[in-house]
Design a protein around this ligand. Structure first.
Ligand SMILES: Nc1nc2c(ncn2[C@@H]2O[C@H](COP(=O)(O)OP(=O)(O)OP(=O)(O)O)[C@@H](O)[C@H]2O)c(=O)[nH]1
Ligand SMILES: [Mg+2]
Length: 306
């Protein structure tokens, strides 16, 4: 067993941080570690909670308050802030680090930011691999924060057990959400910034939209909660709603979710593998395609056979 694996299994946070760095950088040792940790991940009872919503909706503020709530229950918590808009860690992420800085001294809290480097603007394979590390490490809760842009919020719903969609009365969020079909991904709606005018109206709009959708007696009507993140108001209710959703899913619902996540992981891995392979000899292939010697599909099949 590698010393890194030993330290990881012993609960050494530095080993976790090192493992994440290896996985993020695509180091082969990261893959070996992930493979060695399959059983730990499988046996973990970690709750993976996706926090998504428009830029500035209050995701980080709420997550910060949720950390405090979880800690008061004695649960260890990890937060993974994912920036899907950029392959580089930028200013917004730095902001998240600072905001959650008050938990810096608490060894039961682990906060990590990463750029997603995903294909098609969604979450990257590495994001899910890092998530697996956090589960294997034994956190009770992992919050996965991502700005809801493009594919990323759909991806987060595929990966998380419970998806919290954060909306605000300001800025026509609801209209946006209805248009883009984002409503379907929410297991819990949080109307944050309830100190601003329009929170009740937004709640009514969401409820009306829910009732319009197809439903039967088994349908989970995502609860609509109001919060004031900046004053840590309404936070225990979010954890409660997550617990209720867990109960609603039951073991078969959870199994369905895990299959969905496996599908995402497999697709992401295939895409990445194919892209890697295509890098070799790509110039030659591009030339042949552009000169009409082969079609793009023929070239793709050639790549996949290597
Ligand atoms: N009035 C009001 N402001 C809030 C509330 N919650 C958060 N804010 C403020 O909204 C701003 C954005 O909050 P963040 O938590 O950074 O939002 P975010 O969704 O994480 O933002 P990004 O990560 O940049 O997408 C901050 O200035 C917060 O202080 C609230 O309940 N009411
Ligand atoms: Mg944030």
């Amino acid at each position: 067993m590698s010393s890194l694996l030993t330290a990881f299994l012993a609960g050494d946070v530095r080993a976790l941080a090192r493992a994440i760095t290896l996985v993020e950088s695509g180091d082969a040792r990261g893959e070996v570690l992930l493979s060695s940790l399959r059983a730990e991940r499988q046996n973990s009872s970690c709750l993976v909670i996706g926090m998504t919503g428009a830029p500035g909706a209050g995701k980080s503020t709420l997550t910060d308050a949720l950390i405090t709530s979880c800690r008061s229950l004695g649960a260890r918590v990890a937060v993974l802030c994912v920036d899907p808009s950029s392959p580089f860690s930028g200013g917004a992420i730095l902001g998240d680090r600072i905001r959650m800085g008050k938990h810096y001294q608490d060894s039961g809290v682990f906060v990590r930011s990463m750029a997603s480097r995903g294909a098609l603007g969604g979450l990257a394979k590495t994001t899910v691999s890092v998530l697996s590390l956090l589960e294997a490490f034994g956190f009770a809760y992992v919050f996965l924060e991502t700005v809801g842009v493009g594919q990323s919020e759909v991806d987060i719903a595929s990966v998380a057990d419970h998806t919290v969609l954060v909306l605000t009365p300001a800025g026509g969020d609801a209209v946006q959400a209805f248009k883009a079909g984002i409503m379907e991904i929410a297991d819990i709606f949080v109307v944050n910034k309830a100190d601003l005018p329009g929170a009740d109206r937004l709640m009514r709009e969401i409820r009306a939209a829910q009732e319009l959708g197809a439903h039967d007696e088994h349908t989970w009507f995502a609860p609509i909660l109001q919060t004031i993140g900046s004053q840590a108001q309404g936070i225990p209710e979010i954890l409660e709603a997550i617990g209720q959703h867990r109960a609603h899913l039951g073991s078969s619902g959870l199994q369905t979710r895990r299959l969905e996540r496996a599908r995402f992981e497999l697709n992401a891995a295939i895409q990445e593998e194919a892209r890697e392979r295509a890098k070799h000899g790509q110039q030659n292939l591009l030339a042949r395609i552009s000169q009409g010697q082969i079609t793009a599909r023929e070239a793709a099949l050639e790549v996949l056979q290597t």
